[in-house]
Each structure stands twice: as structure tokens, then as C-alpha cells.
Design a binder for this molecule. Sequence first.
Ligand code: SF4
Ligand code: SF4
Length: 160
Amino acid sequence: MVAKLESAGVEAVAPMLAYQWTTQMSERFGFASTWSERHAAHASGLGTFGLTDGLITPRGQAMRCGSVIARIQIPPTPRPYTDHHAYCLFYSRGTCGKCIQRCPVDAVTPSGHDKVKCRAYLDMTKTYVPAHFGFEGYGCGFCQSGVPCESRIPIAEEMD
Ligand code: SF4
Ligand code: SF4
């Protein structure tokens, strides 16, 4: 996408792939990075955050997203929310909490997402996956599957 834009004379960058991208430890936020695809998607009108810190989009929370920033003016996608938690049933309705039950290490609670516990579990899978499945890989995502926001906005019916 960047190459296409640049060949058309438009300056563009994929921030996550830029050499300046880095992770840092924030006193206030813990693990942090200099760019977040989820936050770019949120600012672009594509979704709001759930109890897990995942982004709930029309495609649900079990998705991957990426961003390209370009010096070009195009009509913006409407941003149909003012609350950054609007699509999460727990924050907006006081219900659900299914993702709390789905996490194997109690990293999701009514207080939110514990990044340290989550990271420790993900790190464990870096040895578990090759040992048990025979390929290099890691990950989790239990809290983003088998939940009402897995593949849709769970309050969409109410919003229509
Ligand atoms: S499973 Fe329920 S509480 Fe958890 S993020 Fe999705 S809508 Fe919110
Ligand atoms: S990714 Fe896995 S470990 Fe992390 S919060 Fe979700 S279920 Fe828990």
C-alpha cells in the first residue's frame, strides 16, 4: 500500500513497519509502544475497546488490523461513537463479562486487562507451541473467541 501511494506521489508510511517503531515500559500504562494499530483503527471510526483491551469492530474483536498513514485528503469514515468503550457490553450495559471466564490466567477482570499476566502467558506459549504442535508460533486470544463480541458488535441490534 505504501509503495502504491508513493508511486502515485503521495507520502506514506506503515508506522508498525517503520524503523522508529519501538516498545517501551510506561510508568502509567505498563507495556506500551510508539504506535498502536488498534488505536489508529479506533480513531478512524472502526471500533471501540472492550474489557480485554481488544478492539470491537463490525467484524468483531477476533481480527487483525493494520494502518498506513498518508499525506492525502480523502472523505473520512464516519465515527459513530463518542465513548471509547461504547460497543462493549460490560462497559456500556454492565452485563456480559464472558471474556473474564475465558482467560486461563485471570488476566481479565472487572477492572480490565492485566498486561503483565497476559504477557507472561503469551511468553509461555513460545515454548509450548513448538513443543506440542511442531511449528514456531505463539499466541492466545481465548478472550477474543467464544464471546459475544468475537465476530460482531454485540450491541449492534440495540443501536439499529
Ligand atoms: S466478551 Fe463481553 S465484556 Fe468482554 S469485551 Fe466482549 S462484550 Fe465486552
Ligand atoms: S490473550 Fe489470553 S492470556 Fe491474554 S487476556 Fe486474553 S485470554 Fe488472557
